[in-house]
Design a protein around this ligand. Structure first.
Ligand SMILES: Cc1cc2nc3c(=O)[nH]c(=O)nc-3n(C[C@H](O)[C@H](O)[C@H](O)COP(=O)(O)O)c2cc1C
Length: 215
């Protein structure tokens, strides 16, 4: 029994201390998000801020799981409701995840990452130098095909508004666990659209860098 407890403790210590690995390109099943506990909301709000100095340390798969679920995961399995609201419940925003190992698409329904491109497109996700080395750059992309019946003006307005809620969820999650983040509009959308090989119905709204703080 003592040996078992020792081995179990050693394994737990190993997994706590083991450095997070870079994501390999391919389908990635995310661990279930940790939806209990965490920092009280009012304290997270007190700490929310934009930070632009990132270490190149990878995020753990659990961090990524929690981050994406907080951003726009499914929080009501029966209705498919999400952690952020969307106009007409169109749920038109897709979250792409650019990491060293490639470009992935967050599949909220199955809580997994779908591989999109095997290249490291982080340098194309913005004009600021930190985007190249920060471990995660999120790209919020609206799919206009999911917004049928709306005028062009409504689509633009709602896609931008809906992205704001998702981005703030990312800010609050990062504040709650001590990660650094900044939402970014300063991006060459044409270059990034090409790098991501987006479909004509897809529009980049904003990007957001996430990582461990440098200091
Ligand atoms: C729509 C939007 C676009 C932004 N674009 C950028 C950007 O491209 N680069 C950047 O460093 N910060 C960007 N920011 C972050 C703002 O500069 C930041 O929120 C502002 O200075 C206030 O700082 P705070 O977030 O720490 O309160 C953007 C913020 C918003 C809401």
């Amino acid at each position: 029994m003592k040996v078992f407890t020792f081995v179990l403790s050693a394994m737990m210590l190993f997994f706590c201390l083991a450095p997070a690995q870079a994501l390999d390109y391919g389908k990635i099943e995310l661990p279930p998000p940790q939806t209990d506990g965490g920092m009280p909301l009012m304290r997270a709000l007190k700490q929310r801020q934009s930070r632009r100095e990132f270490s190149d340390k990878e995020l753990s798969l659990q961090d990524l799981s929690n981050l994406l679920w907080a951003a726009f995961g499914i929080n009501r399995a029966d209705s498919g409701g999400r952690t952020a609201p969307s106009a007409h419940n169109a749920q038109e925003i897709d979250i792409y995840v650019a990491v060293k190992g490639g470009l992935f698409l967050y599949d909220a329904r199955n809580h997994m990452l779908e591989p999109v491109l095997p290249e490291d497109i982080r340098p194309a996700t913005g004009q600021q130098p930190f985007v190249k080395n920060a471990p995660v750059n999120l790209i919020f992309v609206a799919d206009h095909l999911k917004m049928e019946g709306m005028t062009g003006e409504e689509k633009d307005f709602y896609a931008a508004t809906d992205t704001g809620y998702i981005s703030q969820n990312v800010y609050l999650y990062c504040a709650s666990v001590g990660l650094a983040t900044v939402v970014r509009g300063w991006v060459n959308k044409l270059t990034l659209t090409k790098a991501m090989k987006l479909r004509p119905s897809q529009t980049i709204i904003l990007t957001q860098t996430v990582g461990h703080p440098e200091y």
